[in-house]
Design a protein around this ligand. Structure first.
Ligand code: FAD
Length: 360
């Protein structure tokens, strides 16, 4: 039996990361949904570092938007501005909206075509295989997970991890970051804290890197793994500019509407919600927003709208290669096989794929 007729209401979603993907999927059979995203694929971000040592893994982690959004109009362009009625795009378009969802978490410089991204992973693997010594710059989740993958799959390679902060993984507590440090040291990774490296110098191009302390280290190749900027620069001259906080995050109300607007929502890492920035929380935001837009389309009153409460002690998991990991749950932290079973083996890829209605 056919379901209720699809509404003619136009919902524009900007950003096709975890948050935007889940909002679009949840609304595609209820409204006219347009997704604006430069890439033609969703990348499951938790799996990025495994794909550098096992490029075939990326076949499952890079999902074409068209595979799970058959009823969404996808515009492969970058949004450049928002007025009260429309979103402007880099390719010169303007896309009208009745409801808008902003989900541009972080600026992503990855290539926009899925096949090219697959090729990048193959090149990364070649780079790792052809190097005896590897320098990783940045001790956040990307740098630590990459060091974990290389130390596990290539135990004979010399890995050096340089981090400008006084401890690794500053987004989680000191006990969890110490566990990650101890594991890396046990795998003979050289971890240098409170240091920066200039990778643009002439010397660096010949494999000699000078640290901020003046010390020189040598490495056959390097990976820059520093955090990406928040993806809100395109909003600085837009109708929501007053809702940007000093860090460039969008302030939202309890219904996840952008402060000062009744029809513009925000989800995921771009929001100012006081909780750690995690994909499963971005997904939870997406569900609240999808529910609220459906309610609004059906004429529900304000009092019926769903609310979102910040998860101030949300769990976090960082993988350390295929067989280990570190977890922080509330005030407890632990490492070893249990986080590996939860995250490190499949990096939640099967889970996300199933939720997208695809074969795990
Ligand atoms: C190494 C690593 C491991 C992680 N592990 C976990 C984990 O185990 N579990 C977990 O829950 N979370 C994990 N996270 C965090 C998680 O990846 C993020 O919280 C999540 O990706 C946020 O999703 P998002 O959709 O808000 O933003 P993003 O993933 O940043 O997506 C934003 C999208 O917006 C697009 N965009 C940006 N600007 C524009 C524009 N102007 N116009 C159109 N599109 C634009 C980008 O191309 C991108 O596709 C991990 C993160 C890292 C880096």
């Amino acid at each position: 039996m056919a379901g209720p007729a699809k509404s003619s209401v136009e919902v524009v979603v900007v950003g096709g990361g975890i948050a935007g993907a889940f909002v679009s999927k949840s609304l595609q059979s209820h409204a006219q949904v347009v997704l604006i995203e430069p890439k033609d694929y969703l990348e499951i971000p938790y799996a990025e570092l495994r794909s550098k040592v096992e490029p075939s893994f990326a076949e499952r982690t890079l999902i074409k938007h068209t595979d799970y959004l058959p009823d969404v109009h996808i515009i492969n362009s970058r949004a450049t501005g928002v007025t009260e009625k429309e979103v402007l795009t880099e390719d010169g378009g303007s896309v009208p909206y009745d409801y808008l969802v902003i989900a541009t978490g972080h600026l992503d410089s990855s290539t926009t075509i899925r096949d090219d991204r697959l090729e990048e992973f193959k090149q990364d693997k070649q780079k790792i295989e052809s190097s005896q010594s590897i320098l990783i710059i940045g001790g956040g989740p990307v740098g630590v997970e990459l060091a974990g993958e290389i130390a596990t799959d290539y135990p004979s390679k010399k890995v050096t991890l340089v981090h400008k902060g006084s401890r690794l993984l500053e987004f989680i507590g000191p006990k969890a970051s110490k566990k990650a440090l101890d594991w890396l040291i046990s795998k003979k990774v050289d971890v240098l804290l409170n240091q920066t490296v200039d990778v643009t110098s002439m010397e660096a191009s010949s494999g000699i890197y000078t640290l901020s302390s003046g010390e020189k280290i040598t490495a056959d190749c390097h990976f820059v793994c520093v955090g990406k900027p928040i993806g809100s620069g395109w909003l600085s001259d837009s109708v929501v500019k007053e809702a940007l906080d000093p860090k460039g995050r969008l302030m939202v109300d309890k219904h996840l509407r952008v402060r000062g607007s009744q029809i513009i929502f925000a989800a995921g890492d771009i929001t100012d919600i006081p909780e750690i920035k995690q994909g499963y929380l971005a997904q939870a935001h997406a569900m609240v927003i999808a529910k609220n837009i459906k309610l609004l389309i059906n004429g529900s009153s304000e009092s019926k709208l769903a609310t979102y409460t910040a998860k101030s002690s949300a769990p976090a998991l960082v993988s350390l290669g295929r067989n280990s990991g570190v977890a922080q749950i509330s005030c407890f932290s632990f490492s070893g096989w249990l986080p590996a079973i939860i995250k490190s083996r499949d990096l939640f890829v099967g889970k996300v794929r199933k939720e997208m209605g695809l074969k795990a």
